[in-house]
Design a protein around this ligand. Structure first.
Ligand SMILES: Cc1ncc(COP(=O)(O)O)c(CNc2cccc(C(=O)O)c2)c1O
Length: 459
């Protein structure tokens, strides 16, 4: 529904009536929001007619690309047949049944049960209540502490924000809630420089063991982490980290949870990031790529050990009005089916992912203020540094990142600054030619960024 207005009119109404997430309203209203009106493949258009390369797939979510004609048609048909019915009180409907069956097929072995939500945050909160319920029904109600990582991101609900390790979120709303602990993140570039990455991965995993022993294994319900931290700046742990974390969780009988909201549905070149990073969780949370953002939906994949206890454990008193919403479920089914049947996930693994990683390193590997160039599949990043030789970061964390992000934006390219990490996660349908297009623009933007760094005397 797009009333014909000028950009200025949209901006004025937006400033008057719309509160944006994670935004300083005063600052935004001074410059005015960019009005995005259309999308096609990896490109967006704004109300001024600018064609924009969306190197972030929206918010890490439009895996299948913009402008699909099939998904709106699926939504229309489902809406006409059954726009809504709930899955409480012994009812179900074909859309959520078919989606559940399909998801059990694309999931790693041992995940046959799915609980539905409307977002990643709700998936995380669902998981938090589920793991505590899992131990309580087995007579261990005191086994309820959840361990996350500093600089991990698990959403913006009270539970998800508490489990996440973004301290600037904890400061708003008196978080974290009780029963949440954090360990340091497996960021080799900052914490592991005196070790090989492999040695650091084991050391970082031992932080989890130390915390379990500090809290007491009998009180720890689960350890929760993103296979690769996304919003924290694409922090890719060394290969030894996750297998060692899994070994430690098994040793102390602590459930292992993967938050796959970003890493899921092909982002890393496998269906799920746990497969790329080499570990098997007991539960994993998803959203984003489940529907490619075409409609809000999330899903918690429950492994057999937990599902068997839940199924036998009586009422799990949790759920949402829109859990398994018919239209969202139908669109998610069509989306996942297309990711599979059009070979999109396979192409990320075998063609466009390797190509992106090779071109990403070639494009950013030789700048004076860019280091730790990294990535896998179609999730990648690098860190802006003051001195590459000494690994010295810029003094005011985030200033350089914002400068660089703004230069991308001025050049009609969207990439994210997470502090001084620059990250990208384009739609999975990106072609090799579009990767060349995107990185051509990005490389020129980095040249501009380094010129500004020199002019400002930041080096
Ligand atoms: C790992 C993870 N877990 C949970 C959530 C929460 O999902 P919802 O937003 O749907 O409730 C996320 C979301 N990740 C997210 C959301 C919004 C912005 C950015 C960013 O990188 O700027 C990242 C996420 O990345």
């Amino acid at each position: 529904m797009q009333t014909a207005r000028t950009t200025e009119q949209w901006r004025e109404l937006d400033a008057a009536h719309h509160l944006h997430p994670f935004t300083d309203p005063h600052s935004l209203n001074q410059q005015g929001a960019r009005v995005i009106t259309r999308g096609e493949g990896i490109h967006l258009w704004d109300s001024e007619g600018h064609k924009i390369i969306d190197g972030m797939a929206g918010l890490w979510c439009v895996n299948i690309g913009y402008g699909r004609k099939d998904l709106p048609e699926v939504a229309r048909r489902q809406m006409e047949d059954l726009a809504y019915y709930n899955t409480f009180f012994k009812t179900t409907h074909p859309a959520v049944v078919e989606l559940s069956h399909l998801l059990s097929e694309v999931a790693p072995e041992g995940f046959r049960h799915i609980f539905y939500t409307n977002s990643g945050s709700e998936s995380v909160d669902t998981m938090m209540r589920m793991v505590r319920h899992f131990w309580a029904v087995q007579g261990k109600p005191e086994k309820k502490v959840l361990i996350g990582r500093w600089n991990g991101y698990h959403g913006s609900t009270i539970g998800g924000a508490s489990l996440g390790g973004m301290t600037y979120m904890h400061e708003q709303g008196d978080l974290p809630i009780p029963g949440i602990e954090h360990v340091e993140q497996p960021w080799w570039y900052k914490y592991g420089k005196d070790m090989t990455p492999e040695e650091f991965g084991l050391a970082a995993a031992r932080w989890v063991e130390d915390k379990i022993l500090e809290v007491g294994p009998e009180r720890v319900a689960a350890f929760v982490g993103e296979p690769i931290q996304g919003a924290g700046g694409v922090i890719i742990p060394p290969s030894t980290y996750w297998p060692e974390v899994e070994r430690i969780c098994r040793k102390y009988d602590v459930l292992l949870v993967a938050d796959e909201v970003i890493c899921g549905f092909g982002r890393t070149g496998e269906w799920f990031g746990q497969q790329t990073m080499g570990f098997r969780p007991d539960i994993f949370t998803t959203a984003k790529g489940l529907s490619s953002g075409y409609l809000p939906i999330g899903a918690v994949f429950v492994g057999d050990r937990v599902a068997n206890v839940l199924v036998a454990g009586g009422d799990f008193n949790h759920g949402f009005t829109y859990s398994g919403h018919p239209v969202a479920a139908a669109v998610a089914h069509a989306n996942v089916k297309a990711l599979r049947d059009e070979g999109i996930v396979d192409r990320v693994k075998n063609e466009t992912g390797p190509y992106m990683q090779e071109r990403w390193r070639a494009t950013f590997g030789n700048f004076d203020h860019v280091d730790d160039v990294r990535g896998v599949g179609l999730i990648q990043g690098f860190t802006l540094v003051r001195n590459k030789a000494t690994h010295e970061l810029f003094p005011e964390w985030g200033t350089a990142g914002t400068m660089c992000r703004d230069i991308f934006f001025e050049n009609n390219l969207i990439m994210r600054a997470c502090g001084d990490h620059i990250v990208a996660a384009p739609p999975l349908v990106i072609t090799k030619a579009e990767i060349d297009e995107m990185l051509g623009v990005a490389g020129r933007c980095l040249e501009r960024f380094e010129k500004v760094v020199r002019e400002k005397g930041m080096a």
